[in-house]
Design a binder for this molecule. Structure first.
Ligand code: BG6
Length: 469
């Protein structure tokens, strides 16, 4: 079998709002997620105000803001070559439309990146991971407003310039396609849906504005940091036909065209695909564009494809009254699922690599993959053999994709250290190799404990993915 590249970047990934806490420290502004309570997840309309006696998980996170040195030391102990984390936009530009950046915020991330470099860990940095300045949501309607393109590019270039000697791998938007899932027009697009809004129109408008912003960032990044990599990441959901009925194959194709290629075609080839253009025309969606947008999309094509992979999907159930979404009603008789309904499908990861690499011929980076469980600490550890099995099977599938001829730059697990779940807003949905003693209500010591998978992943990294026993 072909081997993983000798410079393969093994590591793990997290996001600012899920781990940092310190939501109002050192000049940070309010972000959309700071007003999102546990109860308001998976909703298209949110209160947008802080209320008394409500738990806002982002306010405490897993205490990474205070503990980042300890955490990075633990990652280094596992042999990490790469650490993916996100910058919180509101630490740099607290309101999003500020004239000047907040120096304390810039300094915080500089300290983190320097700490990584101390251990030869390559930072992989996301600029927008499920949040944006609340001010932009309240006063501009989030990414539905194209003014956000300039605000974001200003924020991004401020980071590119400041960190050009420290960071080479960039992700503009986390899972740019996830807006199509309920609740994520707000979490990823900063749009709080009001009565009378045309959701379909807003979805495509947000997508267009973010795609233009992405292309502009790619252009800036490659100019400011020669040799760097920059693109938005994709939430990968390979869609299988529900049956061998040709109609199901057609539905699967349509889903891939909308949810996967619809974004990748623009990011990698600089062009909208026929299905998106047709949808916009047929549904009579009014999308605001400027003539120069299309030249920017063409010029700002990306040089790698970062993507997250948790599950595969099935084409819609044509017989059901309630349509399935990409996470629910997707039971596949050949596959197990987690208690949160995530279908476990290692071969889907291999197929995803083959599909993206075959279609776009750009290096890939798996920037998220992992399994959550409710876990309890017993005698200072967790025996998480299910997590070891999960990663063994997925890394094996990845190895097969390498053997198929795909160029894969790296793999960052989600998430090496327990953190708040994005979908549920809870600590108890745990993904880590490292257990964090914090409960759903925010109580707990915050202490870190190594699970069994900690030692297993260390061995995987040391052997460059050869020893998966
Ligand atoms: C990805 C997100 O979609 O899924 C992460 O980028 C998120 O932020 C991860 O944490 C897992 O989802 P959840 O809802 O289990 O946290």
């Amino acid at each position: 079998m072909k081997k993983f590249r000798s410079d393969f970047l093994w590591g793990g990934a997290c996001a600012a709002n899920q781990c940092e806490g310190a939501w109002n420290k050192d000049g940070k502004g309010l972000s959309t997620i700071d007003v999102l309570s546990i109860d308001e997840r998976h909703k298209d309309h949110v209160t947008l105000e802080l209320r008394e006696n409500v738990i806002y998980p982002s306010h405490k996170g897993n205490q990474f803001y205070e503990k980042y040195k300890e955490d990075i030391r633990l990652l280094a102990e596992m042999g990490f070559k790469c650490f993916r984390l996100s910058i919180n936009w509101t630490r740099i530009f607290p309101n999003g439309d500020d004239e000047e950046p907040n120096e304390l915020g810039l300094q915080f991330y500089e300290n983190i990146f320097k700490e990584c470099k101390k251990y030869n860990i390559e930072p992989l940095v996301t600029l927008s991971h499920c949040e944006m300045p609340l001010n932009l949501t309240k006063n501009y309607k989030g990414w539905a407003n194209r003014k956000c393109i300039d605000f974001f590019v200003k924020y991004a270039t401020t980071c590119f310039k400041r960190y050009k000697d420290l960071v080479k791998y960039w992700i503009t938007f986390n899972e740019i396609n996830f807006i199509f899932n309920i609740g994520y027009l707000y979490q990823n697009g900063g749009v709080n849906l009001e009565e009378g809004d045309n959701k379909r129109e807003l979805l495509y408008q947000v997508a267009h504005n973010q795609l233009v912003a992405n292309a502009k960032c790619v252009i800036e990044c490659l100019e400011i940091i020669p040799g760097s990599y920059c693109n938005a990441s994709l939430s990968s959901t390979i869609c299988y036909p529900r049956s061998s009925d040709p109609l199901d194959y057609y539905e699967a194709l349509k889903d891939m065209n909308e949810y996967q290629y619809g974004f990748l075609d623009v990011m990698c080839n600089g062009e909208y695909n026929y299905q998106w253009l047709n949808t916009i025309e047929k549904e009579n969606l009014h999308i605001e564009t400027e003539p120069e947008d299309f030249a920017i999309l063409k010029k700002g094509t990306a040089n790698y494809i970062p993507f997250s992979y948790y599950f595969s999907g099935l084409s819609i159930d044509r017989t059901a009254e309630v349509t399935s979404d990409r996470i629910h009603n997707n039971d596949n008789p050949y596959l197990d699922k987690t208690e949160w309904g995530f279908i476990v499908d290692p071969t889907g990861l291999r197929s995803a690599c083959d599909v993206y690499f075959g279609r776009y011929n750009k290096p890939l980076f798996i920037v998220e993959n992992g399994i959550a469980k409710c876990e309890e600490l017993v005698d200072g550890t967790v025996h998480d053999d299910y997590r070891i099995d999960y990663f063994r099977n997925h890394i094996n599938a990845l190895h097969q994709a390498v053997d198929d001829g795909c160029d894969i730059l790296g793999f960052t697990s989600w998430a090496p250290i327990d953190l708040i779940s994005q979908g549920e807003g809870k600590m108890s949905k745990r993904y880590g190799f490292i257990y964090v003693d914090i409960n759903d209500d925010g109580s707990g010591t915050g202490n870190r404990y190594k699970k069994d998978s900690f030692y297993w992943y260390k061995k995987v990294i040391t052997s460059n993915g050869e020893d998966l026993d």
